[in-house]
Design a protein around this ligand. Structure first.
Ligand code: IYR
Length: 222
């Protein structure tokens, strides 16, 4: 086995207990203020902001530290248009034929349909890909461990970072979304995982009236 090498932990930061509580509470409050939105403004984003949010995502833990992800940031209007056209074709099929009655019923409170103007309106789309395996420069494959879980963690951190930065976001899953590989030139071993739409909300943005489950319904303590 290859020798592991270690260094002293130098980045951990301890806080006094009251400060820990305050930080934890403020962070939770901030995340609870996040709402998925579908009405985006075309306002441009501060330069470098998305890069910082992506940098947060790149800190995610991953199976055997394989970091099995790739993020594609799209701000080019023509590429956004291509993504919208392709997504709306799939979504029309979904709403008219593919979705079960049960699924459509579950989506009813969200008020979604096949029209996806936000894919062009929003200043920034981030396509997240899972690499099913790694590729060495000579083309040999190596195994990735827990790739889906790892990319889920990184994506959650990205969504949290966007919120912390003051941006609104939408976690969008046109289904199927293989068209993203073609439009964005990603290789076959990368599976589109999620399309994140990021930007400022439109002035008249509305959100559906939905509730978050109470802690007692989602968490058990022993
Ligand atoms: N992809 C479709 C349908 C959809 C599915 C789920 I699960 C959602 O949480 C929301 C929408 C769409 O984007 O409209």
């Amino acid at each position: 086995m290859k020798d592991a090498s270690f260094l002293p932990l130098s980045t951990y930061q301890e806080y006094p207990p009251e400060e820990m509580l305050k930080r934890a509470e403020e962070f939770a409050d901030d995340l609870h203020r996040r709402r998925t939105i579908r009405d985006f403004s075309a306002r441009a984003l501060p330069a470098g902001l998305i890069e910082h949010c992506l940098n947060a995502a790149l800190s995610a833990p991953s199976g055997a530290n394989m970091q099995p992800w790739h993020f594609v940031v799209v701000t080019d209007p023509e590429i956004k248009r291509q993504i919208r056209v392709a997504a709306e074709i799939e979504e029309k099929e979904f709403y008219e034929h593919r979705a079960s009655a049960e699924w459509l019923e579950a989506l009813q409170p969200l008020g979604t349909d096949e029209n996806k103007p936000f894919l062009e309106d929003a200043p920034c789309l981030i396509a997240v890909f899972v690499q099913k395996y790694g590729l060495l420069p000579d083309g040999r494959k190596f195994k990735h461990y827990y790739p889906t879980e790892s990319v889920g963690l990184a994506t959650g951190m990205l969504v949290s970072a966007l919120q912390r930065a003051g941006l609104a976001s939408l976690t969008h899953t046109p289904s199927p979304m293989k068209f993203l590989n073609k439009i964005l030139g990603r290789p076959k071993h990368e599976r589109p995982f999620l399309l994140i739409v990021a930007g400022y909300p439109a002035d008249d943005a509305q959100v559906p009236v939905i509730e978050r489950r109470a802690m007692a319904d989602s968490v058990s303590f022993f």
